[in-house]
Design a protein around this ligand. Structure first.
Ligand code: HGY
Ligand code: MN
Ligand code: MN
Length: 422
């Protein structure tokens, strides 16, 4: 019996690959809901987003969890402990996506938690803590430019200034709340008290090439990069493309282009430093008009805040030189800043031991991507398990891919951690 218990505990009694095949199948099913006719986009409170939330809730209920959708759209499923008044351990990630996304960013972590909770329920195993599987509603920040809305609400660091933000169509968060019946007053009540939490674990695709290159299916995350996001608008002088001599121009697009290259040059110096201009637009631009304005985004990240902040200072100094020399002006709006955070040594150790028990070399690596886990740093012990990405490690792309074998290993390691957490 004991042997069987151990086999059941680590999922060994479940046919090898079962978890992984199920995770990929469910991910494929979730991808059927999209705002795009020919790709995956699932952004905050769209029709697709709400359909995915309902499906996740129903799957959680079928798996034996007490599941509901909370005030900001998180899907929360509890597999209760046998101990009344037990603490909770959250296994979570996000179900929203970027535009033209892959199927696994965020969703892999929710579905891994789901199949593991279902296994515990089917095998009648109760844990000394409540297991809360959570699908966070808005991590990417696509609709309102504000990431981590769902996890911030649960972690108790929700920023109410988001209520004043508007999306690309001019719909404010407050108006959306009215339309969707979001009770803004109920958001504060979602915050978990730290003393009620045993920890937070997140399984996530690596979104890079490191595990692929090292031929490892899994990795243990050491830290999550700190980031700062800005919107920058350069104002110059519009003019006729054919009649204004080059030397007399104050071309906003050319100035923006020089700033983008300054970002690229500065961020080439620093092992964990990255800088990205992912959006760039000439409002009301025309082929035969010199750009009077140019708007772009700026995303700067590093493994530590000092490196990130030094790069930002240098980039803004370069921006000042460029705009003065070109006779244009720039307005910089900071839209978000998140500190670099370490993963708890206790969680890293528990993950490493489970990875080793699965016969895999425990490999530790930092995350350049941001994750919901970062919201829980300082609230409870956080841990992250990375899963190898195929196709060169690409992510935030329809080419994002993981194998059922690796997803299965991740589920078994997560199960092992949960069953053996001290
Ligand atoms: O931007 C990020 O790092 C994450 O994908 N939200
Ligand atoms: Mn992402
Ligand atoms: Mn993600």
């Amino acid at each position: 019996m004991v042997k069987d218990q151990a086999r059941m505990a680590t999922g060994a009694a479940t046919p090898s690959g079962y978890f992984g095949v199920k995770i990929l199948d469910l991910a494929r099913k979730l991808a059927q809901w999209s705002e795009l006719p020919d790709g995956l986009s699932c952004t905050y409170f769209s029709v697709a987003h709400k359909a995915v939330a309902t499906q996740l809730r129903d799957w959680m209920r079928s798996a034996g969890l007490d599941a509901k959708i909370d005030a900001v759209g998180n899907v929360v499923g509890r597999y209760a402990s046998s101990i009344a008044g037990a603490k909770s351990l959250i296994v979570g990630s996000h179900y929203d996506t970027v535009v033209d996304a892959g199927q696994f960013d965020g969703r892999l972590g929710i579905l891994t938690g789901l199949v593991v909770a279902e296994h515990l329920q089917l095998t009648g195993q109760r844990l000394p803590f409540h297991l809360d599987v959570v699908g966070f509603a808005e991590e990417e920040g696509v609709r309102f430019g504000a990431p981590y809305i769902g996890s911030a609400a649960v972690a108790g660091c929700f920023d109410e200034s988001i209520f004043q933000r508007s999306d690309a169509d001019g719909v404010s968060f407050a108006a959306l709340a009215g339309e969707q019946g979001i009770d803004l007053a109920a958001i504060g009540a979602l915050a978990r008290r730290p003393q009620t939490l045993r920890g937070y674990l997140e399984v996530h695709i690596e979104q890079g090439p490191v595990l692929l290159q090292r031929e490892l299916p899994l990795g243990i995350v050491t830290s999550i990069a700190g980031s700062a996001r800005f919107r920058i608008t350069v104002h110059g002088t519009a003019g006729h493309a054919g009649t204004v001599p080059m030397a007399l121009r104050h071309d906003a697009a050319a100035a923006a282009a020089e700033i983008v290259l300054a970002v690229e040059r500065r961020c080439a110096h620093g092992s964990t430093l990255v800088g990205t201009v992912g959006q760039l637009d000439v409002p009301h631009g025309a082929i035969n008009v010199i750009a009077g304005a140019c708007e772009f985004s700026l995303d700067i990240r590093a493994g530590d805040d000092a490196t990130r902040d030094a790069a930002i200072a240098d980039i803004f100094a370069a921006l000042k030189d460029i705009t003065e020399r070109r006779g244009v002006t720039a307005r910089i709006t900071e839209i978000g800043r998140h500190a670099a955070v370490p993963c708890a040594p206790r969680m890293q150790s528990a993950l490493a031991q489970a990875v080793a028990r699965a016969g895999i070399e425990p490999f530790h690596l930092a995350s350049g991507a941001g994750h919901d886990a970062a919201m829980f740093a300082g609230v409870t012990d956080i841990g992250m398990l990375f899963v190898r990405c195929g196709n060169g490690g690409i992510s935030h792309s329809p080419l994002e891919t993981v194998t059922a074998e690796d997803a299965d290993l991740a589920a078994r390691v997560l199960l092992d951690v949960l069953v053996n957490l001290d």
